[in-house]
Ligand binder design. Structure first.
Ligand code: ADE
Length: 252
């Protein structure tokens, strides 16, 4: 997979790509990353990338020419490209989009804006997808680009040591994760649930599914309406609701 990024802060990316899983994925040749400094595509002495908005209003707008020059220079190698603009007005990013992008054959080109916005003509001329990482406004597209690349790269075969970890985790089930424990078996008076020490894999799987459903019911009940639930899931959810009602009854 090849990723290209256009930004006025290339060092943010260099820092992230020189650590941990990303560093190893690059080292193994599983991904290739090129970071382009938008200012290298300006033509004035001050390397200007922004200007006042037509029509007035607060903030500055990123100029059309540097972005278009950068994009056109990158695309000149004729590799097929999917150009992604990071913006709060884009489609919300989720695990399904991460999977789709991890299967994308085209190179991904991320456009990171700063200030109020990027001149609309950049979108009209070059952008295939606009993506938001959530309903809040950040100071720029750099963190969203890193979030998206991180979520994609860990899905690529060979990137994570243990292939099971991607299939087993939260969200690949469509619900939240179950609780995890490691040694010691007791800490600060809190014990690891006995079932996890039992070696009974069927019961452990059932416990994990129940606790994953419990976490989802507490924090993201909306997800339970979207995923297909089995008869066993419905039984587990009834058990959980009963338990929670008893607990809240005991508290009051
Ligand atoms: N740029 C600023 N805020 C953003 C967000 N929430 N998602 C994507 N890009 C952004």
């Amino acid at each position: 997979m090849r990723y290209e990024i256009i930004t006025i802060f290339p060092d943010i990316f260099h820092a992230y790509f020189s650590e941990s899983i990303m560093k190893r994925a690059i080292g193994k040749g599983l991904i290739e990353v090129k970071v382009h400094d938008l200012r290298d595509y300006t033509s004035d002495r001050h390397r200007t990338v922004d200007d006042y908005p037509y029509g007035g209003g607060p903030g500055m707008v990123m100029k059309v020419e540097p972005f278009c020059r950068a994009i056109e220079t990158i695309k000149a190698d004729a590799l097929e490209t999917c150009t992604i603009m990071l913006t709060p007005r884009g489609r919300p990013f989720d695990q399904e989009t991460a999977v789709a992008l991890s299967e994308e054959k085209r190179r991904l080109l991320f456009l990171c804006g700063r200030y109020e916005a990027i001149d609309e003509r950049v979108r009209e001329m070059h952008v295939d997808q606009e993506i938001s990482i959530g309903d809040y406004v950040l100071t720029g597209g750099e963190l969203p680009a890193l979030v998206i690349i991180d979520a994609i790269v860990r899905l690529l075969p060979g990137v994570l040591g243990d292939e099971h970890s991607v299939e087993e985790e939260s969200f690949s089930w469509g619900i939240l994760d179950y609780p995890h424990f490691t040694r010691p078996p007791e800490y600060g008076g809190l014990k690891v649930p006995d079932i996890l020490l039992s070696g009974n894999h069927r019961e452990i799987a059932r416990w994990r599914r129940r606790e994953a459903l419990r976490n989802t019911l507490r924090a993201r009940p909306d997800l339970l309406k979207k995923v297909p639930l089995s008869g066993e899931d419905d039984r587990l959810l009834s058990e959980i609701k009963e338990e929670e009602e008893n607990e809240s009854g005991q508290r009051s």
